[in-house]
Each structure stands twice: as C-alpha cells, then as structure tokens.
Design a protein around this ligand. Structure first.
Ligand code: SF4
Length: 357
C-alpha cells in the first residue's frame, strides 16, 4: 500500500497532472477531487460518477485512505479522541470537540514530537516522523466521517486547531500544503480564517508564517514569564529565548488583519508557573513589548502519569486570570473537555507505543 499514491496529498494542480498522465480528460480530476474532499468518499468504488475501468485503474496505483482508527473514545461531553495508525504503524492523535455553535478538530502535524516540553506526554515519544500532507488532511476527513457519516453534511462548518502531537512549524511545508488542499471551496472548504496553528516557538517560521498570503491564525505556547523557567518547561527556549520569541510576536502582530488577534497559550502547572507573581511577571512582559492585539489562553494542565505536574486549583486559575486582566491583558480560561477519556495530549499514543491497552 505504501507505494500507492495517496491522493489526499495532491493539490488540485497535482491531481490534474496525475489524471492527465493517465490519459484522462481534465474534468476527471475535478470529479475525483470532489469525491475525495467534498463527498469524503473512502474508496474509488464509491465514486460511481467515474467509469468502472478508471476506478479499477485508480485502485491499482493509488489510495484514498492510509490511516486506520486504532481506538476511539467518546466523552460524556461529546468530545471524541481518536488514535489512528499510519500505514507504517505510527500513532496519530486527533480530537473532535463540539460546541453548540461550532465543531473544532484538533489535529496532529507529526507522529511524536522532537521538542521536549516537560509537561507533555507526546514529548516522551520523541519524533517518530513528520506526517505527510495527505495524512494531515485524512485526519480531518476520518473524524468528520466518524461523527457525521461518510459524505454527510456537517451542521456548522469546521474549525481546525493544529495543537495535537508535534510541532507544526517543524513540518511547515506539509502543513501549509494540507491547509491549502482543505481550503478548496469544492472540497472540505475549511478556509484559513477557521484555522489556528500553535507553535512552541520556532522563531524563523513565525516570520515566514506572518508573510504568507491567506495565513491561518497563530497561537504561541509560552507557559512561563521568564527564561529560567521556560528553559526548563520548554527547552526550545534555549534555542530561541523569550526576547527573540516576543520580537517575532511583535513582528507578527503587524500582519494581523482588521479585528484579528493572536494568542499566547499558557499551560497552568500547579505551584510551578501559576502564582500571582508569575501572572504579574507575564503581564509586565507583554506590556513591555507593547503587544496590543494579543490574548492569553490559560490552559489548566491535565495531570497524567508519568508527568510530575499537578493541576492548578480552580481558585488559583481564577486569581491568575484576574491579575492579568487587572494589568490590561485579555485572558481566557480554556474549559477542559473530555476529561473522562484520556484528556492529556499524547496520552493515547503514549499508551499505544508502550504496548499498554
Ligand atoms: S507541547 Fe507540543 S511542542 Fe511541546 S513536546 Fe508536546 S507536542 Fe511537542
């Protein structure tokens, strides 16, 4: 299977070239693209608008699907967590998070992750490999088909967050290609404005991202107000420190569109980075850089073995938020979802790689 061409990885132009090489007219590419992305079909057999001999030919040389759902957990709050496996057996996690007005899918950009954030279970796996553009797209299709049924309309569009396993900016090309494929109006039609990419702070890529035409939104994971603590929690800080990161954020701010803001994420770890003093230091830091169009998402940590960190108390989370707001920094607390189903990022993959079930 691995030598077959994964058609979800092909842009429209590449798909046109592919069908032309098969001696097929151009409109076949458009039929196939719609079948893959708009109708979310999972085999060539279901593309009954194609001649039978073409479907058979495609089946011999190409594939629609390379990911398999290995396990799937549905929370009482509607959140669904998926552990998928690539054709070569690497774990891929994705999460479906519904609310009354919108659905959000959190997808992975890598299997495992090379960064070593101390509070993250995925970090324990190391980098297994980059996901292809097709594997990124297929996560979204797999989740939508699981929740709504193959090809069924989704009730209110889909938002994407690139906050699953991996550092998206270390798989930049595949990520951007996948987002472009998913934005097509005769496909999934998930436009960049519905997408947020989260980076741990790959500074040169923040500058590059800012220059992209039609770029998605950006979130930067900060999680500490000073270099000493951030070096420990997020060792990528030793490569690009807070000063370099905030200089890039400042530059990124210039690329914001009307009404757009960007986000700093701050994982709250009980007694580690969640005191009033940390909150004051964080507000002072952001105010020093005169970042005006930024908000902070406070993310209460989900404790999970073997991580040593504990969650902050609800009272401390509130105090932290109040301190930030009293200093003019917009702060929101992310509501924990799917707590009953291995809520910590990387938990499913870590379980599967260690062979535990
Ligand atoms: S928090 Fe994100 S960037 Fe850091 S190790 Fe985990 S997956 Fe990688």
């Amino acid at each position: 299977m691995s030598e077959k061409i994964h058609l979800l990885a092909l842009s429209k132009n590449e798909l046109t070239e592919f069908t032309e090489n098969l001696g097929e007219p151009k409109f076949r590419a458009s039929q196939i693209f719609k079948g893959l992305h708009e109708r979310r079909l999972q085999s060539f057999d279901e593309m009954t608008d194609l001649p039978k001999n073409l479907r058979e030919r495609l089946d011999e040389i190409a594939t629609v699907s390379t990911l398999k759902i290995e396990s799937r957990y549905v929370s009482i709050d509607g959140t669904r967590r998926f552990l998928m496996k690539t054709h070569d057996n690497f774990p891929v996690e994705a999460v479906f998070i519904p609310t009354d007005t919108r659905d959000t899918i959190c997808f992975s950009s890598q299997s495992g992750c090379p960064l070593k954030c101390d509070f993250c279970l995925t970090a324990k796996l190391g980098l297994l490999r980059n996901l292809t553009a097709g594997e990124i797209v297929e996560q979204i299709i797999t989740v939508l088909n699981d929740v709504y049924g193959v090809g069924e309309e989704t009730p209110h569009g889909t938002n994407l967050v690139g906050m699953g396993a991996g550092e998206p900016f270390l798989n930049f090309e595949n990520l951007i290609k996948a987002l472009e494929i998913m934005s097509a109006d005769d496909g999934l039609f998930i436009v960049p404005n519905r997408v947020t990419i989260s980076t741990a702070g790959i500074v040169p890529k923040i500058y590059e991202f800012a220059r992209l035409e039609n770029r998605p939104h950006l979130a930067i994971s900060l999680s500490a107000p000073d270099d000493k603590l951030r070096d420990k929690l997020m060792p990528i800080n030793k490569r690009w420190n807070i000063e370099e990161l905030l200089a890039a954020a400042k530059e990124f701010e210039k690329s914001l569109r009307a009404g757009e803001r960007f986000t700093f994420e701050y994982v709250l770890l009980g007694d580690v980075n969640d005191t009033d003093e940390h909150a004051r230091a964080l507000a002072n830091l952001l105010n020093r850089y005169e970042l005006q169009r930024v908000k902070i998402n406070l993310i209460p940590h989900n404790s999970a073995e073997p991580l040593e960190y504990k969650a902050s108390s609800a009272e401390q989370v509130k105090r932290f938020q109040n301190v930030l707001e009293s200093k003019g920094v917009a702060a929101f607390v992310r509501r924990p979802r799917g707590r009953d189903i291995y809520a910590a990022c990387g938990q499913l993959a870590a379980k599967s790689v260690s062979g535990e079930r």
